[in-house]
Design a protein around this ligand. Structure first.
Ligand code: F6P
Length: 328
């Protein structure tokens, strides 16, 4: 394999996700193994603009594979959205002869990377999908989704216990501004009766009718999982309307929030983060440019950053049929 690049930098950007540290570790150690000079950038694109970068050796990533969050910190940089901000970032990279950037983040981060690599083609951008939302095309997994969904499952299991003890109806809100994957996976895994997601239109009357039916059949625990970005307006709104329509029901709302973003990554997240981080460096060695490294059917896949953004992960409506049948 031919290697012409000498220096690379790694950063984490956008919402953090469990497993980002494992990915940083893999990029740093693989980069060092192949003789690159590896820099870490603090606070995502903000660190590029503020010139906050430092060399990373293998010891600098010791004891982080099991830690949530990101040792590099993360941010959503407004300045990087401007041509002036990107020019400063470029100059700071050039000052250190950094020729490639590994960006661990979600769709917003890839948008920035795509614009940057178009404006400055001599800096190669490699994206690693790091988001709990799983809303990126070209990969079966995103770093952090598995941990987030398992956090949601263990929280909802606990809620089910108390719901059962009181014969209550619980509306649980999980994260997902634009995507319903956390809701769908955690809802099916916890036996939710209804799962409300941004990808489909919510018919609250149908849900209420269904519940009236179930009440007649004396199904006492009702669990509704709502993605925060659902068109009906989130768990508070859903809970309020159901309570008004079913005055005999004892309705409670629980918003899980940011606990879904933290915590020690699962084995799966550590594994995919390690593989993706390793292959980010390998792909640079092979001369790949401006692609996202993903995993499809257990094989590494490389799609242009633009494509990862344009084609959102397709939602299969059969999932909701499964929910309906299994909750009957
Ligand atoms: O990381 C993605 C995400 O979890 C979205 O589902 C959610 O809406 C968003 O982050 C919230 O992020 P923040 O609180 O950092 O703005």
């Amino acid at each position: 394999m031919e290697q012409s690049i000498k220096s690379i930098a790694v950063l984490t950007s956008g919402g953090d996700s469990p497993g980002m540290n494992a990915a940083i570790r893999a990029v740093v150690r693989t980069g060092n193994y192949y003789g690159f000079k590896v820099f870490g950038v603090s606070r995502g694109y903000s660190g590029l603009i503020e010139d906050d970068m430092f060399p990373m050796d293998n010891r600098s990533v010791a004891n982080i594979i099991q830690r949530g969050g990101t040792i590099l910190k993360t941010a959503r940089s407004k300045e990087f959205r401007t041509p002036e901000g990107r020019k400063i970032a470029y100059n700071n990279l050039k000052k250190r002869s950094i020729e490639a950037l590994v960006i661990i983040g979600g769709d917003g981060s890839f948008t920035g990377a795509d614009i940057f690599s178009t404006e400055y083609p001599d800096v190669i951008c490699i994206g690693l999908p790091g988001t709990i939302d799983k809303d990126i095309a070209g990969t079966d997994f995103t770093i952090g989704f598995d941990t987030a969904v398992n956090t949601a499952v263990s929280a909802i299991d606990k809620i089910r216990d108390t719901a059962d003890a009181h014969d209550r109806l619980f509306v649980v809100e999980v994260m997902g501004r634009d995507a319903g994957y956390i809701a769908l996976h955690s809802g099916i895994a916890t036996g939710a009766e209804n799962i409300l997601i941004p990808e489909t239109k919510t018919d609250i009357n149908e849900i209420i009718e269904n519940m009236t039916e179930k009440e007649k059949r004396q199904k006492l625990v009702n669990l509704i999982v709502v993605a925060e970005g659902d068109d009906f307006g989130g768990a508070n709104q859903v809970g309020k309307v159901i309570q008004e329509s079913l005055p005999n029901a004892d309705v409670r709302v629980c918003i899980l929030g940011h606990i879904q973003r933290g915590g020690s990554p699962t084995c799966l997240d550590r594994l995919i983060a390690s593989r993706m981080g390793y292959h980010a460096v390998e792909s640079l060695m092979q001369g790949k440019k401006n692609v996202m490294v993903g995993i499809v059917n257990n094989k590494m896949s490389y799609i242009p950053l633009k494509q990862a953004l344009k084609t959102k992960n397709k939602f299969d409506p059969q999932w909701l049929k499964i929910v309906k049948i299994l909750a009957s």
